[in-house]
Design a protein around this ligand. Structure first.
Ligand SMILES: [Zn+2]
Length: 238
């Protein structure tokens, strides 16, 4: 199955927190989108790996994505090595995305920056024909995505691209709430974390409002990109 956009997240919920509005809008525009989570988030303070897998499935249904896979890398301990890069290359070649959305290049959680860097390298290496990978015994075609955008998640950064998600903000919040073990639940007896307070959803909305203000829309999501963004129609830019 070929996808238009493939999203990578170090942990299940990174994608929902950071670029689910963009995903919802692109799917409404007719594009096919999928998610690959690198880990099961098994080091998370609240919930469990099994619970987060169920939550990820529920969030995927809310977003209407075409597929969601989990690479099962070690939360907190995955590194940029040959084995890990080959696993990611195999996913890129399997889904042949034109665009990749992935973690920020630097963030509060140490896994995020490492994941962002890994995906950049894997996307480049995926285009080299002398790196051979197989899927179910069949040699894969080489594939290099056109663009890689890093979604801004926790720590604020100047964005290179802002994407209007105004009509999708409530569904974005709904997709985040699918991860009910991680976020505010008045009845939960689990320890509090930096993301489990009731105010956290105010933060999500205010971040989107701050990004939106810069492009004269109500809510937006922000991305950074290593290469310069191009266009062939200035009228399409906000
Ligand atoms: Zn994360």
């Amino acid at each position: 199955m070929k996808l238009d956009i493939l999203c990578f997240g170090a942990h299940p919920d990174d994608v929902e927190l950071s670029c689910s509005g963009t995903i919802l809008r692109q799917i409404d525009l007719g594009y096919k989108v999928g998610i690959v989570d690198l880990t099961q988030g098994e080091l998370g303070t609240r919930g469990s790996a099994e619970l987060r897998l169920q939550e990820a499935k529920k969030a995927a249904e809310i977003l209407g994505i075409s597929c969601r896979d989990n690479l099962g890398l070690a939360d907190g301990f995955f590194r940029k090595d040959r084995e890990t890069l080959l696993k990611i290359i195999t996913k890129i070649r399997q889904y042949q995305p034109d665009i990749i959305l992935c973690n920020s290049e630097t963030d509060r959680h140490i896994d995020h920056g490492r994941a962002g860097d890994l995906i950049e390298d894997a996307s480049f290496l995926s285009g080299l024909r002398r790196i051979e990978t197989q899927l179910e015994g069949t040699l894969q075609e080489v594939w290099r995505p056109k663009s890689i955008y890093h979604y801004i998640q926790d720590r604020m950064q100047p964005a290179d691209l802002l994407f209007d998600i105004t009509p999708y903000i409530e569904r974005k919040i709904e997709s985040i709430k699918a991860f009910s073990s991680q976020f505010y639940d008045a009845d939960s007896t689990e320890p509090e974390t930096p993301i489990s307070g009731e105010f956290f959803f105010d933060f999500i909305k205010s971040r989107a409002m701050e990004f939106g203000r810069n492009i004269n829309v109500k809510y937006a999501e922000g991305f950074t990109v290593r290469r310069t963004i191009g266009s062939d129609n200035l009228m399409h830019l906000l």
